[in-house]
Design a binder for this molecule. Sequence first.
Ligand code: AMP
Length: 478
Amino acid sequence: MIKKTFKDIDVTGKKVFVRVDFNVPQDETGKITDDTRIRAALPTINYLVKQNAKVILCSHLGRPKGVVNEKYSLAPIAERLSELINMKVKMAKDVIGSSAKGLVAEMKEGEIVLLENVRFHAEEEANDEAFAKELASLADVFVNDAFGVAHRAHASNAGIARYIPAVAGFLMDSELIALSNAVNNAEKPLVVILGGAKVSDKINVISSLMSRANTLLIGGAMANTFLVAKGYNIGFSKFEEDRIDVAKSIMEQAESLNVKLVLPVDVVAGNSFAPTAKRKNFTIDKIASDYQALDIGKKTRKLFEKEIKKAKTIIWNGPMGVFEFKKFRKGTLAVAKAVAKSGAVSIVGGGDSVAAIQELGFANKVTHLSTGGGATLKFLEGATLPGVAMLEDKDAPSKTKKSPDFSKIDNKTIAKNSVKKATVSAKPKENAKTTVPSKKVEPKTASLKATTTAKTSASSKTTTASKKSATTKSKTNK
Ligand code: AMP
């Protein structure tokens, strides 16, 4: 469903409560080390200021767990924001109560007030109704621009929408459009690249995208579980013992759906999990028992680059190796370079993947760098995001009742629902191809329809492969 944005309603002179994601990284002294998230909110803030709205900004920062903790104060953010937009940003001592109300009451048109960390109140994450109502009482309109927390049903991004008209901000809208187009209107071939720590974290994404993708490239530690499922001995590399069957079933599904699933053929391994580890290359059938795979190898880089070159649409989430260690980041950087140079519509999400693109200075060569971690994955899974579901539908008359009422659903229910058991539809690839547009798709809709949900089991465990020396193809490292 396409959602209304702040441009669809009149905000002039109105008090606008904007939920932003200012959860920026800081050093021990509180200094902001990366202000990307603040910058990402500027288009919305600038637009509202220009429209003479009274802009009330709300965010969380870190995990203060429902209590006031100065370490997580938004004061440094107010300062940084002031510098970036070159105007004064007033800071309220609390997100509700007299300090917030008092400052808002004094606001003139075009002014900005930043409320203190909303997670200083436990009611925020509990999506408490009274608290949400209190937040709503500060404003006439709610603009949700915090895509990064859209997968959570909290008071400031979902509950509040029950009481005042709720629309998407610029960042939220652009995330929905880009992700939705990549998932629903992808020009084929669609190449999905997944890496990172665990199969269990991305099983739902794989299941959801399996029926749409032409090629699936798997790297990172999650590839190890597939290698074990294929019977390789992987030294003491990390893998998930309780996901071997899942990996097997994914490989079977890929085969039946005619999806090309490409796994590493070689790895860069270390003799310990450390930046200083001794490094050696191995083909996957010869990984030494005292080494662990920490990156994809040279042949795999070439293999992945070749597939990426063929893509018309790319979705990439997760590093190909331990990106944090300089010695083991070549694979991730190679993929970042190939994606940026591909000329395909490209969507990149996840901290390390985005960092790799940025490090290479290729941010402007990628169609969309997603600001969401968990939210991006949930979207790609086809799950309903509460922070989006609560926004008004584009064609709805203003201030309508939203449906379904996600404000009342707690996060446990959401987590449970989003991993509901369902199998991937065994749609033949040809069918998928008949729906493929022949030209590059321009962003136009933000459909949130889940067409597939995923199959997963309840828990997951990362294991280090045993040091068994067997390298036979039929054995698994159970
Ligand atoms: P994710 O959050 O799922 O994208 O996972 C990112 C994490 O996966 C990073 O911290 C990487 O260090 C880690 N990772 C990627 N490849 C490997 C690997 N081969 N062995 C251990 N950790 C890995």
